[in-house]
Write a protein that binds this ligand. Structure first.
Ligand code: EPZ
Length: 425
C-alpha cells in the first residue's frame, strides 16, 4: 500500500485546478442506464471510485470507455438494449463502494428489476438505505432482502409516480429516486429532498436527456415521468470538497493560492467559516483566491446537510482548528462515527476531546510530524493537511483511501510548493 510523505512548514502559493466532482460523477454515470445508447460525461475525475463504477456498469453489459489525450477526462458509457443487460450489482463491487447503490433506481425504472448487494456499513457509520427502499416501494416496486441482497421488482411494467417524504435528507437517496421517478408513469414529488449541488447537476443532465424535473437544489422536487430518455451529454461540476480541502491547505500554511474552478456558491458556509477564522478569501473570475493569516483564530462548526457546513469538510476544518488560536467546538450531526481522524491527529500533538457528536479542539501553535494511518477518505485528507503545517515529517499510510476521492493530491500540492511525495509500497 502506498504512503505519502510530507515535510511540513512550507507556505503554499500559486494556482491549483479543481477536478470534476466525484459525488456528481457517480450518480451521473449510473443515470446512463436510463437510456439505451452512448452517454458522454466530461470533466470526470480519474479516481478509484469512478473506476469501480466503471467495473460495475461493465459487469452489467455496458461499454465504459475513458477518452485519451485531451479528452482524458471524458467517459462514454454505452448502454445495451434491456434484453442484453444483467441488472445485478455484486457484493464484491458494492462492498468497495457504497455509491454502487445508485444503480438501483435506474435499473428498476428502465428494466423493471434489480438485484443489488446491500452496501453494509463503513468506517463513518451504519449508512442504511431504508429511505431509498421506502421510496422505491412508494413508486410501485416490491422489495425483498435476501442473502445480503436487495431484490427489487416493479409490480407492473412501469413504476408509478408518488409523493415521497424523506425522514432524513439523504443525498444518494434523493438521487436514486429522482432517477427512478424520471421514467415512472405520472408525477412524483420528493419532500425533504437533499439540496446538494450534485443533486442539481444530476437533474440538469437528466432534463437534457428529456426528463421533466423541477426544484432540484431545493427540498421539494417534482418529477413528471416520461416514456423514454435520450443518452446524456454532460459536463460534471467541479468538486467542491476537493476545492474546500485546498482552501484549508492555503489557510493553514499562511499561503496565497488561487483555487481555479472553485464555485463559491457551493462552499458558502465553508468560506464564511474560514473568513471568520481570519483567512482572506475573494471570489473572482473562475475561482477563489485564499490568503492565510499568520495564525487562524478558533471558530465553532456544526455539520448539516447542504446548504449547511458539509460533513465531508469536517475533518479538514478540524485540522485548521487544531493549529488555531483558542478553542473550537465541532459538532458532527450527519454521521455517527466521523471522528476516526482524531486519534491520528492526536498523535501529531493535536489537543482534541471527543464526547459523542461533539469534539472540543484546543488549538496548539504547531503539530509535530508523525507516521499516521488513513481510515476513510476525508480523514486521510485531513492527515495530509496536518502534515503540511506540522513540524518535521509526516507519513500517511494506506493512502488508497485518499485515492478514492482525490486525483493525485500530492502532485497538486507539490505544484503549490509543498514538500510532498508518494512512496510506492
Ligand atoms: C453522500 O453519501 C456522499 N456520497 C457522502 O460523501 C457524503 O458524506 C454524504 O452524502 C453526506 O453529505 C456520495 O454522494 C456518493 P446520506 P450518502 O444518504 O448519500 C442517513 C465522501 O466523502 N440515511 O446523505 O450515503 C445516513 O446514515 C462521501 O465523498 C438513512 O438513515 O449519505 C446519514 O446519517 C462520504 N437512511 C444521513 O442519512 C437512508 O436510507 C446522510 O446520509 C439514507 C441515509
Amino acid at each position: 500500500m502506498d504512503s505519502i510523505v510530507i515535510k511540513g512548514g512550507k507556505r503554499l502559493e500559486g494556482t491549483v485546478k479543481v477536478s470534476g466532482a466525484k459525488n456528481a460523477a457517480l450518480p451521473l454515470l449510473a443515470s446512463s442506464l436510463l437510456a439505451e445508447g452512448a452517454s458522454t460525461f466530461r470533466n470526470v475525475p480519474e479516481l478509484a471510485d469512478i473506476a469501480t463504477m466503471g467495473k460495475l456498469l461493465s459487469s452489467m453489459g455496458c461499454g465504459f470507455e475513458r477518452g485519451t489525450g485531451r479528452k482524458s477526462t471524458s467517459i462514454t458509457v454505452t448502454v445495451p438494449p434491456a434484453a442484453d443487460l444483467e441488472p445485478i450489482a455484486p457484493y464484491e463491487l458494492v462492498k468497495t463502494m457504497r455509491a454502487s447503490v445508485l444503480v438501483l433506481g435506474p435499473l428498476v425504472a428502465r428494466y423493471g428489476k434489480a438485484r443489488v448487494s446491500l452496501p453494509g456499513g463503513c468506517a463513518i457509520g451504519a449508512r442504511p438505505i431504508d429511505q431509498h427502499l421506502m421510496g422505491l416501494e412508494k413508486l410501485g416496486a416490491t422489495i425483498s432482502l435476501e442473502h445480503g441482497y436487495v431484490q427489487a421488482k416493479a409490480r407492473s411494467r412501469r413504476l408509478t409516480g408518488a409523493r415521497i417524504n424523506f425522514d432524513v435528507a439523504t443525498v444518494t437517496g434523493t438521487e436514486n429516486l429522482i432517477m427512478a421517478a424520471a421514467l415512472a408513469k405520472g408525477t412524483t414529488v420528493l419532500e425533504n429532498a437533499a439540496r446538494e449541488p450534485e443533486v442539481e447537476d444530476l437533474a440538469r443532465s437528466l432534463n437534457a436527456m428529456g426528463a421533466q424535473i423541477e426544484g432540484a437544489g431545493t427540498d421539494r422536487i417534482e418529477i413528471q415521468g416520461v416514456d423514454s430518455l435520450q443518452p446524456a451529454d454532460h459536463d460534471v461540476i467541479p468538486d467542491r470538497i476537493e476545492a474546500g480541502t485546498f482552501l484549508v491547505a492555503a489557510a493553514i500554511t499562511g499561503g496565497d493560492v488561487f483555487v481555479e474552478g472553485c464555485v463559491p456558491d457551493h462552499l458558502e458556509v465553508v468560506i464564511e467559516k474560514l473568513r471568520e477564522a481570519g483567512a482572506l478569501i475573494e471570489a473572482r473570475d473562475g475561482g477563489v483566491r485564499v490568503r492565510g493569516p499568520k495564525r487562524l483564530k478558533a471558530v465553532d462548526v456544526k455539520t448539516q446537510p447542504f446548504p449547511g457546513f458539509p460533513t465531508d469538510m469536517q475533518a479538514q476544518l478540524m485540522v485548521a482548528m487544531a493549529v488555531a488560536e483558542g478553542s473550537s467546538v465541532v459538532t458532527e450531526n450527519v454521521f455517527e462515527n466521523r471522528y476516526m481522524h482524531v486519534q491520528e491527529l492526536s498523535r501529531m500533538g493535536a489537543n482534541i476531546a471527543v464526547d459523542g457528536k461533539t469534539a472540543i479542539v484546543k488549538g496548539s501553535a504547531r503539530l509535530s510530524g508523525a507516521p499516521v494511518m488513513a481510515t476513510d477518505l476525508r480523514a486521510s485528507a485531513s492527515l495530509v493537511l496536518a502534515g503540511l503545517c506540522a513540524e518535521g515529517t509526516t507519513t500517511v499510510q494506506r493512502v488508497y483511501h485518499l485515492d478514492r476521492g482525490y486525483q493525485r493530491i500530492e502532485k497538486k500540492l507539490r505544484a503549490l510548493g509543498a514538500e510532498i511525495r508518494r512512496v510506492k509500497a
